[in-house]
Design a protein. Structure first.
Length: 197
């Protein structure tokens, strides 16, 4: 297990008193399969899955989408879905890894992330995401500029993986001062999305 500062460990234990699997997120599609509590901590990955008791899986985000996943058979997962990960298929990879562990129906929860009204996006990159997930991801900012609709992209990617039940907290990190946003305020802090069983 990778070491963390004692104050960080104390904050984690205050949320859930288990060994955490946290990731060195790289905006890719690698899924860490966790086989022991705290296993794969510090792995270079953007998703983690487990089918063991006492697992706590975490991703960090400021504007990217944190997605919590749960299924029957005691299978859980978590994913960090930025635009590059969405375009590459990180959510489909996470759901596929859960199914490899015996999951049937998977449900998801989308945490706070940047929303289209605040997310001006280059047209070439928008074309890349739309080519994979459909035109539902195209939107405009509050000022009428091209934008990526991250929640719509998450729902489309999960739908492609067969996940139809998605709960969305419907909070824009850029609009809300209660959440960290790199794009809006250059915040260096991150929210944690944690799934455990």
């Amino acid at each position: 297990m990778a070491s963390v500062a004692p104050e960080v460990e104390a904050r984690r234990r205050a949320v859930v008193d288990l060994e955490w699997t946290w990731l060195r997120q790289v905006h890719g599609t690698t899924v860490a399969q966790v086989e022991a509590p705290g296993g794969q901590a510090g792995a270079k990955a953007d998703a983690a899955v487990a089918r063991i008791p006492s697992a706590a899986l975490a991703v960090l985000a400021a504007d990217c989408a944190p997605v919590a996943l749960a299924a029957d058979a005691g299978v859980i997962g978590v994913a960090h879905a930025g635009w590059r990960g969405l375009a590459a298929g990180v959510l489909e990879a996470a759901v596929g890894a859960m199914r490899d562990l015996g999951a049937g129906d998977v449900v998801a929860a989308l945490g706070p992330c940047i929303h289209a009204e605040c997310y001006e996006f280059g047209e070439d990159d928008l074309d890349t995401v739309a080519a994979r997930l459909g035109d539902v991801v195209r939107a405009t900012t509050a000022t009428g500029r091209p934008a990526l609709d991250v929640p719509a992209a998450v729902v489309a990617a999960l739908g492609a993986a067969g996940v139809t039940e998605v709960q969305d907290v419907d909070v824009c990190t850029a609009c809300s001062p209660d959440y960290f946003s790199w794009r809006a305020r250059r915040d260096t802090g991150r929210q944690a999305a944690v799934v455990w069983r």
